[in-house]
Write a protein that binds this ligand. Structure first.
Ligand code: HT7
Ligand code: ZN
Length: 864
């Protein structure tokens, strides 16, 4: 496989003025006829005519109506063409039924559908399949199937055919086609510009009762983008289609979004609160791409974060506005730490705007998405909201209809603005910065010294200092804010600031003083620093705050995120020490945890998050960062012991809290109700530790919504009620594939470490297991990889089972296989015996004959 470098970018040799496509759909022999108007690009010195094309049979080719000889290459064709505008016509044949890779045109349960990002269009017809070639598409679909859809607006239709025209120039990766026996949940929307838009969610007939929530989320997203970013929708119709076999969550094709069923279908009986929240966010994300991605797209795939990071930030803003902002931020940060920090600390670390790649499908990563979003968030923090939105408006005005770069985007904010000096390093430099904070007191003056360091990574040995916005607050012994949140800019490797805490309005000032030669205050009434409020910067903080300070922040910090963060730090310290066998939890911490569970001052959703323990992987990462080799089983045991201790300590109030927070109104998946259910779920877990599952079995049998039922089922795993409840659940839901995914996932995810790979193996032999369906595969093998202590059992059975199945899947679906190899990315974190077993399995995968380039690249990078 060939490495592609950003530095080698050249403009396309030909522009495309228009594309006409005709599809004669057939499951095994679909004919695609293309008529494409090419024009030499005067900015290109290159006159070579090259079209991408894979997995298809060329039937005929013409230029300006005359048959032409072409030279076929393994991944495309070349031909001699006139040195003037010309019309290319081709007919190709493709086989959707045998397309299990789910890229290009494929069949899913009898429905034709497409996935073209990043390079799927080249499996549909010969074309310059690169994002900077934008054109206007007209598509004619011929099929007996009742619903025939493509991008843009419908222009004409008849018996067995339909025609669509998309007036907005777009790259081929945004092309889409759907044909199937579908029904629509329909609605309409009038934009702020007065355009009436027909809205449809197309699904199989059985799923029509699961569309209402998605439709409401779509309309809310349309209103939000008009209100917050001034962006209105620009076609007469917006269609969403739910597809069962899909590699990722959803795809933002112009006017025709295609969704994984799991990312759009929801009813109270079949979907959990978490599903509803995810659906809302994904619908918003894909809709927001209409401007950040579609109207303005990427010049090349190195600029992927331009559309993805920005759009994730926009969907995070939407969720924060629609739900509880602090809870939303905690969820964002949990996801960032769980996926992106982990990626950045291992062999797959890469810059948000990388310089090279082999297989672009392998770069749809947490770094490009989530860290990309954090960079936009910091841009807003540093500039302030007004200048941030001014810059975005400038971006939309300047680049509408173009394919652009991160540099073009950044220039819209005034890239010579002194506030942004060095900021672009965030896009180019990989790795998570570690920031160490020291504090020193002299009388009432506090000096805060911050030092940053980003560890070297394989691809970037030398790291530079980054501009880091440190959002800090100071609270007094009674928990009152002494200052509002201040953003201190850490631009250098080390910087200090001083504040006199006794003045009436204390304010930070730059200082050269170093904290190191001064005294730490041990007075218990000294104010406490609240650091990195709202997680304003994506950094790893080392502040070494005392247990007293952390308890104070946990109880009183006015920044809700930081209150949660203090509780998390206490939990990490406690569990890390327990796993190493050096300490038991302090009474003060256990009391504070009980108090926080009961605290009426905080929202139930927050209390549910605050009472959850950090994941086994989080604790392992914490131990590793302190120089210890984590033992997954010891961490699992520590979590179990502490949970039991919490249950016993809170015993007297559990039943009362459980009853008090029950939802009695009819089901709504909103922040208020889902927060209460989350808290009750947490409490049910504790009650189960004390009653052996009696209460959970009752809830499982009587629940009228999936959140309550699945929570109860999760609690019951490992109890005497497990077998019966799992069987009853399966019988109840055998006809609902998305619910059966949950059934697969929960048994493996909640299994005790010694059982996890046995349960997973058993379920891969279940009649409902289907290796070709990515959702089912992820629900099974993905759940195994996510059960940290279960996947990393000392014998290595988890590694071997996953490797076996990745080898099988690679011949079917390389994209999903390659993504799931990341389960092995932590091999260097564990003891050498585990690490070696993981490497052995990776080498076994790598030695598989005809392994895909996707998987080959991933395993090669992980092995290092
Ligand atoms: N832009 C999309 C990314 C994507 C994708 C989606 C589904 C299947 C395969 C895919 N390859 C790339 C989704 C998004 O970020 O919105
Ligand atoms: Zn996206």
């Amino acid at each position: 496989p060939q490495t592609i470098y950003l530095a080698d970018y050249t403009v396309p040799a030909y522009h495309v003025d228009s594309v006409h496509l005709t599809f004669q759909l057939h499951p095994t022999a679909t004919r695609v006829t293309s008529k494409i108007a090419f024009r030499p690009n005067p900015e290109s010195a290159d006159r070579a005519f090259y079209l991408h094309g894979e997995h298809m049979k060329l039937i005929s080719a013409r230029i300006d109506g005359q048959p032409v000889d072409v030279s076929l290459t393994p991944d495309g064709l070349t031909a001699d063409v006139p040195d003037a505008p010309f019309i290319w016509e081709a007919e190709v044949e493709i086989d959707p039924q045998s397309n299990t890779a789910l890229e290009g045109l494929y069949l899913s349960n009898g429905m034709f559908c497409t996935q073209c990002e990043a390079e799927g269009f080249r499996r549909i017809t010969y074309y310059p399949d690169r994002p900077d070639v934008m054109s206007v598409f007209t598509v004619r679909i011929m099929s007996d199937l009742p619903v025939l859809l493509s991008n843009g607006n419908p222009t004409d239709s008849g018996d067995g055919w339909a025609e669509w025209h998309d007036p907005w120039p777009k790259p081929a990766y945004l092309f889409a086609l759907v044909a199937g026996d579908l029904v629509a949940h329909s609605d309409s929307f009038t934009t702020s510009e007065g355009r009436d838009v027909a809205l449809n969610i197309y699904v199989r007939a059985d799923d029509i009762d699961k569309c209402a929530f998605g439709m409401e989320a779509l309309k809310a997203s349309m209103v939000w983008d008009e209100r917050v970013y001034g962006r209105a929708y620009d076609l007469d119709i917006f269609n969403i289609v739910a597809v069962d076999d899909f590699n990722m969550g959803a795809m933002e094709n112009k006017g025709l979004n295609i969704f994984n069923s799991s990312a759009v279908l929801a009813s109270p009986e079949t979907a959990t609160d978490a599903n509803f929240e995810r659906i809302e966010a994904i619908i918003a994300h894909e809709y927001f791409h209409n401007w950040t991605g579609n109207r303005i797209t990427c010049r090349d795939w190195f600029q992927l974060c331009l559309k993805e990071g920005l759009t994730v930030f926009r969907d995070q803003q939407f969720t924060a506005d629609t739900r509880d902002p602090a809870v939303a931020r905690i969820n964002d940060v949990n996801a960032l730490r769980g996926r992106q920090f982990r990626e950045d600390a291992g062999p797959l670390s890469h810059a948000v705007r990388p310089d090279s790649f082999v297989e672009i499908n392998n770069f749809y990563t947490a770094t490009i998405y989530e860290k990309g979003a954090e960079i936009i968030r910091m841009l807003m923090t540093i500039l302030g909201e007004e200048d941030y939105y001014k810059g975005l408006t400038e971006y939309f005005d300047r680049h509408d209809g173009q394919a652009v770069t991160i540099e073009d985007f950044f220039a819209c904010f005034g890239d010579d603005d002194p506030r942004l000096a060095g900021f672009s390093r965030w896009w180019h430099q990989s790795g998570t910065p570690h920031v160490t904070i020291e504090q020193a007191w002299q009388g009432s003056e506090l000096t805060l010294t911050a030092r940053q360091e980003t560890p070297p990574s394989a691809q970037q040995q030398h790291k530079e200092a980054l501009p880091i916005p440190l959002a800090v607050g100071l609270i007094d012994a009674d928990g009152r804010d002494l200052t509002p949140t201040s953003v201190l800019m850490l631009n250098d490797t080390t910087q200090s600031w001083t504040i006199d805490t006794r003045t009436t309005t204390p304010a930070w000032r730059d200082t050269n003083a170093s904290a190191s030669d001064q005294q730490n205050s041990d007075a218990s009434d000294a104010p406490t620093l609240s650091l990195n409020r709202g997680f304003a910067a994506p950094i790893i903080l080392h502040a070494d705050q005392s247990e007293n300070d952390l308890l104070r922040l946990m109880a009183h910090d006015s920044d809700t995120f930081s209150a949660w963060e203090a509780g998390r730090t206490l939990a990490l310290n406690t569990l890390g020490d327990m796993a190493r066998g050096i300490k038991t939890p302090s009474d003060a911490y256990v009391d504070a945890w009980c108090l926080s569970l009961r605290s009426e001052d905080r929202a139930p959703a927050f209390r549910a998050l605050a009472s959850a323990l950090p994941s086994t992987m989080d604790i392992a990462t914490h131990l590793k960062s302190q120089g210890h080799t984590p033992d997954p089983q010891a961490i699992y045991d520590a979590r179990e012991t502490l949970s039991q201790q919490f249950a016993e300590a809170a015993q007297d109030s559990l039943q009362r809290l459980f009853a008090q927070h029950q939802v009695t109104q009819s089901y709504r998946p909103d922040a208020e109700q889902s927060g209460k259910r989350a808290l009750c779920g947490r409490i049910l877990g504790l009650i189960t530790r004390l009653d052996g599952g009696a209460e959970a079995a009752k809830q499982h049998a009587n629940a009228d919504n999936m959140t309550s039922q699945l929570t109860a089922l999760g609690c019951l795993i490992g109890t005497e009620h497990a077998t019966k409840s799992l069987e009853a659940f399966y019988q109840q839901w055998a006809h609902e594939r998305l619910v059966i995914d949950k059934w697969f996932g929960i048994q493996i995810g909640q299994a005790a470490p010694a059982d996890a790979s046995k349960v997973a193996k058993f379920l891969t032999e279940h009649e409902a297991f289907n290796v070709k369906n990515p959702n089912r595969f992820r629900a099974t093998l993905g759940a195994l990889a996510a059960n940290t202590a279960g996947f990393h059992t000392a014998g290595g059975s988890g590694y071997a089972l996953l490797a076996d199945w990745l080898i099988t899947l690679d011949g079917i679906n390389p994209q999903t296989t390659a993504r799931m190899t990341s389960a092995f990315e932590t091999w260097a974190m564990w003891d050498s015996a585990r690490g070696e077993k993981m490497r052995v399995e990776m080498k076994r995968i790598l030695s598989t004959p005809n392994l895909s380039s996707d998987t080959t690249e991933m395993i090669t990078r992980i092995l290092g």
